[in-house]
Design a protein around this ligand. Structure first.
Ligand SMILES: *Cc1c(COP(=O)(O)O)cnc(C)c1O
Length: 366
């Protein structure tokens, strides 16, 4: 048997007719930029997240950048970022004029380590960007506490965690802004790039919208210099259709994850953990294995797809050489980059595929 790491075509198979139908209207009416479908997406996405406001934009990276511009980040101000994430989380801090300050991650959740974050706060620190990595909520209760005590803004990077929950609240509702990516492989994925920002604060979302729309909210109004970051109408139409199924997709992901958690029994494999009360949405199912190369060899032999998210933690990337970080400064991030392995998990995964992956992992003895 061959088990793909992910297979989007299975999801799209059932939706393609409706998508083509919707797209044919856009093409017939030359309706490509903003308009009703984009507005509908903003309203529905905010509503489903129980957020007050949503601004759509071109991708999840822009979402982070726009949020920091709207918060007024200034040259030289410091922003706390977890050492394990996709580079978008940190590169946008620099792009927006700030200084990246990496914090190690918590060994069990792989999200930002609260005590390290506390130690890294200086008089120049203005904000913190917790990432709900792999779909696992960061400890927002503690983060909110240190943010309040130190007068920091919070941007929750929800690119991997659509509709994850902490207690009864969705992730994204704890900070000043939440940012989302709808890159095709994300839990809610477009057929190209797309992103969004949500917020509870009308003033903030207005500033973000203004910045993302060339510095104005009306035609020929340019109050400030901004940028152009819009969600395509065609992408909004895909997302409007998929939003109707996102609950189903999420519960499928969680059921598959539970089956892995219940049935993978191998002392050489560490399974992912989430905090009690938190609802992990398993964008990725990431196990830890000391003898990773050997398990990868076995996966290759047995035709099982896999990924490493990410092979190098952020402080150790070439791009951050200038910060002169060594592995001793981020012991957890340094260790897990050598042990993490993402195994197949997507809503359309078949029962026999799931059982096959479980069997192969249980057989593994390095
Ligand atoms: C995907 C991702 C982003 C960036 O989103 P794009 O839409 O690809 O620009 C940002 N942060 C995290 C954690 C991501 O996984």
């Amino acid at each position: 048997m061959e088990v793909p790491f992910n297979d989007l075509s299975r999801q799209h198979e059932n939706l393609i007719k409706e998508i083509f139908h919707e797209w044919s209207y856009s093409i017939a009416n030359s309706d490509f930029i903003l308009g009703d479908a984009v507005e509908k997406f903003e309203i529905d996405f905010a509503h489903q997240n129980e957020a007050n406001f949503c601004l759509s934009c071109a991708n999840g990276t822009d979402a982070l950048y726009i949020a920091m511009k709207a918060l007024g980040l200034k040259q030289g101000q410091e922003v706390l970022v977890p050492a394990v994430s996709w580079i978008a989380t940190s590169e946008t801090v620099t792009a927006a004029g700030g200084k990246v300050v990496f914090c190690d991650v918590d060994e069990s959740t792989m999200t930002i380590d609260i005590s390290d974050a506390r130690l890294k706060i200086s008089s120049d620190t203005v904000g913190i960007i917790p990432v709900h990595l792999y779909g696992n909520p960061a400890d927002m209760i503690s983060i909110k506490k240190i943010a309040d005590e130190n007068n920091l803004w919070i941007i929750e990077d929800c690119a991997q965690a659509h509709f994850a929950k902490i207690g009864k609240k969705f992730v994204g509702s704890f900070g000043d802004f939440a940012t989302y990516s709808f890159y095709p492989g994300k839990n809610l994925g477009a057929m190209g790039d797309a992103g969004a920002i949500t917020s509870s604060y009308s003033k903030l979302i207005k500033r973000a919208r203004c910045f993302a729309r060339h510095g104005g909210l009306k035609k020929h109004e340019h109050l400030v210099e901004g940028m152009n970051s819009r969600m395509d109408t065609l992408q909004a139409k895909v997302l409007n259709i998929k939003l109707r199924y996102i609950k189903e997709y999420t519960s499928r992901r969680r059921n598959i994850a539970q089956k892995y958690l219940d049935n993978i029994v191998n002392p050489n494999v560490i399974l992912p953990k989430s905090l009690k009360n938190n609802k992990h949405v398993y964008h990725l199912f990431v196990i830890m294995v000391k003898e990773r190369e050997k398990l990868i060899e076995l996966f290759k032999q047995k035709d099982i797809g896999f990924n490493i998210n990410y092979p190098k933690s952020l402080p150790f990337l070439e791009a951050y050489k200038y910060l002169k970080h060594d592995t001793d400064s981020f012991p957890i991030a340094a260790r897990i980059q050598n042990e993490i392995l993402s195994i197949p998990l997507f809503p359309e995964m078949r029962e026999e595929e799931l059982n096959y992956v479980i069997d192969v992992i249980n057989q593994f003895s390095p």
